[in-house]
Design a protein around this ligand. Sequence first.
Ligand code: PEP
Ligand code: MN
Length: 338
Amino acid sequence: MLIVMNHNAGKKQIEAVSKAIEKMGYTAAPIPGGERTAIGVLGNKGYVDDSNIRDLPGVQEVIHVSKPYKLVSRDFHPKGTVVKISGVEIGEGRRPVIIAGPCAVENEEQILKAARAVKAAGADMLRGGAFKPRTGPHTFQGLKEEGLKLLALASKETGLPVVTEVMSPDNVGLVASYADVLQVGARNMQNFDLLRELGTIRKPVLLKRGLSATLEEFLAAAEYILAGGNGAVILCERGIRTFETATRNTLDLSVVPLIKELSHLPITVDPSHATGRRSLVPSMAKAALVAGAHGVLLEVHPEPEKALSDGAQSLTLQGFARLMDDIKRLMPFLGFPA
Ligand code: PEP
Ligand code: MN
């Protein structure tokens, strides 16, 4: 439930409504806006009887929200959220952000080569996994803390902020001490303990859509992080399982404009994991930007044929530079300088 206050409602009236909500056993979450304050009601399982609230002084309207997410919803927060990451801004009204780098950090030479090349081509942020959620246990599982150190080194040299995955709640502190943005992978989208832990930190989170998650489940997962107190969440569509096996996943591009209608959070697209094929990545990256994505996440490797993971979908350094030329040409069409 969302309580919209009159534009001239004062602090006392807002406090009285919050108290009434708490008295009913729920949590009140005031959301100050430019024009007026709204108060979100959290913790209810079903319909809330609003008879104790709707006639209180200063209350203009009571909106019943039946979705499993509220804080994430545009109803609660009409203005688009812009997430700030050491100099990079991602979200509504901002130039789309290009995040690029290898699937996994493999060694110093590989990550430095990749970082220097993506920086030279115009990327805004560096990606690279140190903790890798692999389908089978016998494949490369990532360099773990050593990988985080190499990412920090590449970041220091290039000035690019770093996005890297965290797989377990126990490692959130460790990963947060090295990374600028913590990624939740598709396989962990509903790892609720991990989401809760990420709600307690003060670093942005990039949340990827689960392999078989509906849009509602995706937004409800983001709600866990916001409900914990961390509002800096960036969503990422990375393809979903469908009957189609010609591509690794099916890129659900229509969620980009739909998420922009339903939520205030930034939405990015990962065409690398969505398609699984290098040849399809540039088209889908450009399509994502035209669809209104606030950024794209791209796997790039200096020698994809030797990559320890996801080589088939990784762009070469030259391929990435070519795509960046195209993206720069696209920018004026999107309303930004080239
Ligand atoms: C990744 O970004 O390297 C990754 C493992 O992606 P996803 O969780 O989307 O499969
Ligand atoms: Mn990968």
